[in-house]
Design a protein around this ligand. Structure first.
Ligand SMILES: NC(=O)c1ccc[n+]([C@@H]2O[C@H](COP(=O)([O-])OP(=O)(O)OC[C@H]3O[C@@H](n4cnc5c(N)ncnc54)[C@H](O)[C@@H]3O)[C@@H](O)[C@H]2O)c1
Length: 340
């Protein structure tokens, strides 16, 4: 079985990707410092997979940690999820974000080159498009100046990867620009575990439904959109996880010094109010929400053109928005004890 290092593999997207990797015949090797995840996720993964999961607790910025992981499990590829991702916090502590998000990529690439590990899939984000001038956004849509240090780290990391490939380094790289991951594994054993007040809409919705938050504030209902609220492209985390497996298989067929980038979204935009209403409908409950003022810096509308990933990787989403919102709620309801 091909061993794949997944940095940040105990996190939200990484843990679901571990499941998809095993399904596809890979052996995931998780490296996580649990700075934004719960070690019990590893046990939950073992329950889902019916076998032990290989994991290491450590910082992927630390070359010695990488050495010890590699000595035990000579991995053939890397999926680099590990990063800090709180946009607001990144404006307060930019260096923390540049150090971890950008620093870890440079350490990892250097290590890969030294060991002759060629394939890497990088977690980028649709945040690189900023407020787009045209919709849907394709991979050719110009990237905009980042609105936050977090967003800038994604842009810089993409640029580092491009420059590294241009330098004739013997690597093959895919950057995946994620749109808005939602949902959870259908077993409700793993899902998103926000630290403190959620930054993303759906965890806020599920926590409100669970009575943890009093109400949801919709930031603006007077934008130029179908119902005045902001629009995003919500992608089920299992579909997103599967895109990584497809990206790895694609990289295995490429020659050295290869770079490519794909949007990973559904190709559909849904408004914040649509999410609230669909959540109420599929889960048969009522949410307490209110309309508030616009929030400075919010992208009004964005959704992906997915033709490239459909055609080149043969990847299509399998889960609907309803599936996502049902799975998110089942996950929230299951949260107690060890993971809550
Ligand atoms: N969730 C989103 O909405 C979203 C959207 C676009 C891009 N991304 C990117 O996808 C990746 C994964 O996101 P996620 O939502 O799963 O986040 P997450 O916080 O749930 O997972 C990241 C994991 O990385 C770990 N980690 C952080 N720094 C580390 C380090 N130096 N060494 C080892 N482990 C470390 C954390 O403990 C956590 O388990 C990130 O790079 C994020 O920026 C996420």
């Amino acid at each position: 079985m091909k061993k794949i290092l997944i940095t940040g593999g105990a996190g939200y997207i990484g843990s679901h990707t571990a499941v998809e990797l095993v399904k596809a015949g890979y052996e995931p090797i998780i490296l996580d410092d649990f700075s934004n995840s719960n070690p019990n996720v590893i046990n939950r993964l073992s329950e889902i997979l019916g076998k032990d999961v290989i994991y290491f607790e450590g910082d992927c910025n630390d070359k010695e940690v990488l050495e010890s992981v590699y000595a035990a499990h000579a991995f053939e590829g890397v999926i680099h999820f590990a990063a800090f991702k709180a946009v607001g916090e990144s404006t307060q502590f930019p260096l923390k974000y540049y150090q971890n998000n950008v620093g870890s990529l440079t350490v990892l690439l250097d290590f890969m080159q030294q060991k002759g590990v060629k394939n890497i899939v990088f977690s980028s984000s649709c945040t690189v498009y900023g407020q787009p001038d045209q919709l849907p956004v394709t991979e050719e849509t110009p990237r905009k100046d980042a609105e936050s240090p977090y967003g800038n780290t994604k842009k810089i990391c993409e640029d580092i990867l491009v420059d590294f490939v241009k330098s004739k380094a013997k690597v093959r790289v895919v950057s995946l620009r994620y749109f808005n991951p939602v949902g959870a594994h259908p077993s409700a054993k793993i899902g998103e575990l926000p630290n403190g007040t959620p930054n993303n809409l759906v965890p806020f919705v599920t926590q409100t439904a669970a009575g943890i938050r009093e109400k949801i504030t919709v930031f603006g209902d007077d934008y130029d959109t179908v119902d005045g609220s902001c629009i995003r492209d919500f992608i089920h985390v299992m579909d997103l996880a599967n895109a990584h497996v497809k990206a790895l298989a694609y990289l295995e067929k490429q020659a050295d010094c290869f770079y490519d980038v794909f949007n990973v979204g559904t190709g559909n935009g849904n408004s914040v109010l649509e999410i609230i209403k669909t959540f109420e409908k599929v889960n048969d409950l009522k949410l307490n929400y209110t309309i508030g003022p616009r929030r400075p810096g919010d992208v009004v509308k964005i959704w992906a053109d997915t033709q490239k990933i459909n055609q080149v990787l043969g990847w299509y989403p399998q889960y609907s928005l309803e599936d996502s919102l049902r799975d998110s709620w089942n996950w929230e309801k299951s949260l107690s004890g060890e993971l809550a």
